[in-house]
Design a protein around this ligand. Structure first.
Ligand code: SF4
Length: 483
């Protein structure tokens, strides 16, 4: 545990006169300007009630760790014992879309040599079942994985067969435009609980402009596929997420309303990717991360208004961050943890049989940056974990040790992203001052903690529901869950 005692206190400014203090256990408090002054002079300058409050939260203690401290810390980092839990299969790189911001250099529909071989798929499953993780998610990505649904079917059926002995909690998901999933494929997804995730970038004109397909009807075909998929999988069987390009920044409310009109109960707001192929189109679609944070703040404010008016609607990334803030349990989101999820929590099996520590690593490889390849699907898991790439990435995997992060009050809730920092800045440890990863998270944590400090009852009720993954109706008030 950092700090050597019960807690290392870190402080970060909320840029409105208030500041967050937190410790390694994830305990936190928001201090106003006078409390910050009093604390800087010494604990005894705080009013007694506030001092006792901060002591109770272990924010003033620098003594030996209690058993409770150790239990909390172990819970916060329990994912470490599990090994890779997310296994991404890139069954094909082929796709009939040519999305302007696409992170990968996709191959055309007719291209040869861009599909995973059945033998490599089985070898990748050997790696999946070598992982000690009791929960395993197999995610199909592309290209467009539905173009090789035969491979999806093979992997799912083989995984289910193998798991009869292993007894892991097995989950499947697939990222798809929904254009190529016929009724038979959808019935298979329903039978095996394969959850679908698709992209909807906003209004029809914007979606078609950003995600062109040969017949220039990408939006209507995805909407048609959405209807068919929901009819078979149910309304919650398909989620969608937009990629926020520069064109989307002006109308956060319109985007949220469009998702509601399409019947979604959540949205995952994510900025345009800084990786791979997307780097080439950043001049057109990219923006400063501060613009995204402003967009996010406006979208979140609107979503909170909706919830306060009785409309259950979730911003998924906030719910990830709030789970880290309000509970000792990790969200399971492998892109935001410390030690980092790359390789340690997730593996990507590429169509060509190479293994990468994250989707971003293989995206960088598609543009010629091969530094992230761990080895082949035929190499044992131990060999992949001991590869030079993993040894290199581990140097930037522990957020609490990184310059900038080590003194940041958000670090217990944030994570390390050595692949991003290595790909964009050349060093897995990275520079926080110029890191978009940090700019995004610093911005989002500040927004959330300002809301938490403002203490609006309805907002806290919504935040609690999101952190706990429960409907708002089950939260009587923040911190109290109806049974
Ligand atoms: S990445 Fe930025 S926001 Fe996250 S812990 Fe590090 S310094 Fe803080």
């Amino acid at each position: 545990m950092a700090g050597g005692g019960g807690s290392l206190r870190r402080t970060t400014d909320l840029l409105d006169g208030r500041a967050v203090v937190s410790n390694d256990l994830g305990a936190f408090a928001v201090l106003d300007a006078s409390e910050q002054r009093q604390l800087s002079m010494g604990d005894s300058f705080l009013p007694t009630s506030r001092r006792q409050d901060l002591e109770a939260r272990r924010l003033l203690v620098d003594g030996a760790q209690s058993r409770l401290d150790q239990a909390i810390y172990r819970t916060r980092k329990s994912f470490l014992l599990d090994g890779p839990a997310l296994h991404i299969f890139v069954v094909t790189l082929r796709c009939d879309h040519s999305c302007h911001y696409c992170q990968v250099s996709r191959a055309s529909l007719e291209a040869r040599g861009f599909d995973m071989s059945p033998g490599d798929a089985e070898a990748a499953l050997d790696r999946v079942f070598e992982s000690p993780s009791p929960t395993v998610t197999i995610e199909f990505q592309g290209g467009e994985p539905a173009l090789r649904f035969d491979l999806v079917r093979q992997v799912v059926e083989s995984a289910v067969r193998r798991n009869a002995e292993m007894g892991k909690h097995l989950r499947f998901s697939m990222v798809s435009t929904l254009h190529h999933l016929d009724d038979e494929a959808l019935a298979f997804c329903a039978l095996h609980g394969v959850h679908l995730s698709t992209s909807i970038d906003g209004p029809e004109a914007r979606h078609n402009a950003q995600r062109p397909n040969p017949t220039r009807d990408a939006w209507s075909r995805t909407i048609e596929g959405l209807g068919r998929a929901r009819a078979v999988l149910g309304d919650d069987g398909v989620v969608a997420l937009p990629t926020i390009t520069r064109a989307a920044l002006d109308d956060p409310v319109g985007l949220v309303d469009q998702y509601r009109q399409l019947g979604f109960r959540s949205i995952f707001l994510r900025p345009v990717s800084p990786y791979g192929f997307a780097r080439k189109t950043r001049r057109v679609h990219g923006y400063d991360m501060a613009d995204f944070v402003r967009f996010y703040e406006a979208a979140l404010a609107y979503i909170l208004e909706l919830n306060a008016a009785g409309v259950d609607f979730t911003e998924v990334y906030s719910s990830v961050l709030l789970r880290h803030i309000f509970t000792p349990f990790h969200s399971g989101y492998v892109d935001l943890r410390s030690p980092a999820g790359a390789g340690l929590g997730a593996l990507v099996y590429n169509y060509d049989g190479k293994v990468y520590p994250s989707d971003e690593g293989r995206m960088a490889a598609e543009t010629g940056d091969q530094r992230f390849a761990l080895g082949s699907v035929h190499d044992p898991l131990d060999f992949l974990m001991a590869s030079p790439a993993m040894t290199w990435l581990r140097t930037g995997a522990v957020a609490e040790e990184l310059p900038g992060c080590s003194t940041c009050a958000f670090v217990p809730f944030c994570g390390a992203d050595p692949v991003y920092h290595a790909a964009v800045q050349g060093d897995p440890r990275g520079e926080r001052d110029t890191s978009e990863f940090c700019a995004k998270h610093m911005g989002l944590f500040r927004i959330l903690f300002r809301h938490i400090a403002d203490g609006d009852r309805e907002t806290l009720r919504t935040f609690t529901a999101w952190a706990m993954g429960k409907p708002r109706a089950e939260i009587r008030w923040s911190g109290f869950v109806e049974r």
